[in-house]
Design a protein around this ligand. Structure first.
Ligand code: FES
Ligand code: FE2
Length: 403
């Protein structure tokens, strides 16, 4: 890293073209394992909404960075997380994807070791006591769990920092959204033939928007200019007083939310006029999720790598119970729009992935507008212990937050 600034200071942009990540990082199996350990094994990863772990003894199982994970609620309703692995000889403890334990115990399906919901080993099935064995030395292996405003996250690191310390600054930006009260109205899931980083990079730039997302560009006029926010324009100060949506980043005149026709169905309680006028606000918790906040609903988009060149894309649309019970509620008007945009992105990501293996293509290049892609890629470098090319961002949301 030399002394030349990487980022422009007067507007959002790269001061100089930057090398993209090595192409092999998008398909090499050994590199994929490294990312699983160093990135997915050490960051707060979104799992599910808290409502899907409803009440004492509810459980769900997940794969996080290739690791089997069990999340459950104890008798007091508190979330607990463990590796889904028995301490006897390593069997999976809970083979089911979800369910409710019929007693406050977990029994291994193999030889019936039994653990209580705090992870203590309470019984060893048919095995007789034997010298050199102490139950207290074989509890379940814990993982850190955080429940943030109705979203459940897990961190596999032994010394995980708190979710609040890591992501608190960014999440303050959507404090007015009644996130705890929201319920899942619809969900979507699709396998994409691309490396997980390809999806993140696509999400972090709008150079593709005019070409790939005509409907979205009509709704969010600034995207039609291939930028994401007011300050992405080198001349933004000349238009600092203008509030037209193609300058401010808000929705087209008359539109209230991201939906097929731009109309909203009610408004979430607690939002200010500024919250609504923003059109969209994002909370980004890399590497697993971004959460898009709108006037009448919230959408999660979750990324789960399933191999070097495959990932699962899943989305949830969260609504207020009052909205869900409206007699005229038309969910499809909202979910259809987000699905359209995600399918367009998915196709673009698969096209991107398909070209990366050209033998003489070593790495791409990032242009001025791709500052967020750069920050994401530099974050990846940092997580992997590779030299970073710029400064880590203070808050990833800040640039798009205040256009
Ligand atoms: S592996 Fe679980 S009891 Fe034997
Ligand atoms: Fe896109």
């Amino acid at each position: 890293m030399d002394d030349e600034p990487v980022l422009e200071s007067g507007f959002n942009g790269l001061a100089r073209a930057q090398p993209a990540l090595p192409a092999s990082w998008y398909y090499d199996p050994a590199h994929f394992e490294r990312e699983r350990a160093e990135i997915w094994g050490k960051t707060w990863t979104y799992l599910c909404r808290a409502e899907t772990l409803d009440g004492p003894r509810a459980f769900r199982t997940f794969q996080v960075g290739g690791q089997p994970i069990l999340i459950l609620r104890d008798e007091a309703g508190e979330l607990k997380g463990f590796f889904n692995t028995c301490r006897h000889r390593g069997s999976i403890l809970c083979p089911a994807a979800e369910g409710r334990l019929d007693r406050p115990m977990i029994a291994c399906p193999y030889h019936q070791w039994v653990y209580d919901l705090s992870g203590r080993l309470r019984a060893t099935g048919p095995m007789r006591p034997v010298a050199g064995f102490d139950r207290a030395e074989h509890p379940l292996l814990p993982v850190a769990v955080a429940e943030w405003r109705g979203f459940v996250f897990v961190n596999l690191a032994a010394d995980a920092p708190s979710f609040e310390d890591t992501h608190g600054a960014e999440t303050a930006y959507v404090a007015n959204w009644p996130l705890e009260e929201l319920r899942i109205g619809h969900s979507y899931s699709k396998t994409l033939n691309c490396n997980w980083k390809i999806f993140w990079e696509n999400y972090n730039e709008c150079l593709h928007c005019p070409n790939i997302h005509p409907e979205l560009c009509e709704l969010v006029p600034i995207y039609g200019r291939a930028i994401m926010a007011r300050r992405d324009d080198p001349d933004w100060q000349a238009h600092a007083g203008e509030d037209a949506p193609h300058i401010s980043g808000g929705l087209r005149a008359g539109a209230e939310t991201w939906s097929m026709d731009g109309t909203a169905q009610g408004r979430l309680p607690g939002l200010t006029e500024a919250d609504v006028a923003a059109g969209q606000r994002y909370v980004t918790v890399p590497p697993s999720v971004f959460i898009a906040h709108h006037a009448d609903y919230v959408r999660t988009v979750k990324i789960t790598p399933t191999g070097p060149e495959t990932m699962e894309l899943s989305a949830e649309w969260l609504f207020h119970p009052d909205t869900l019970s409206r007699p005229d509620f038309d969910m499809e008007r909202i979910t259809g729009f987000g699905t359209l945009v995600m399918e367009q992105d998915g196709e673009a990501c698969e096209i991107n992935q398909a070209g990366l293996r050209a033998r003489t293509f070593r790495q791409g290049v990032l242009m001025q507008e791709e500052y967020e892609v750069f920050l994401f890629q530099d974050w990846v470098r940092g997580q992997l212990g590779e030299p970073m090319l710029g400064e880590p961002p203070e808050s990833r949301a800040s640039r798009r937050a205040e256009p």
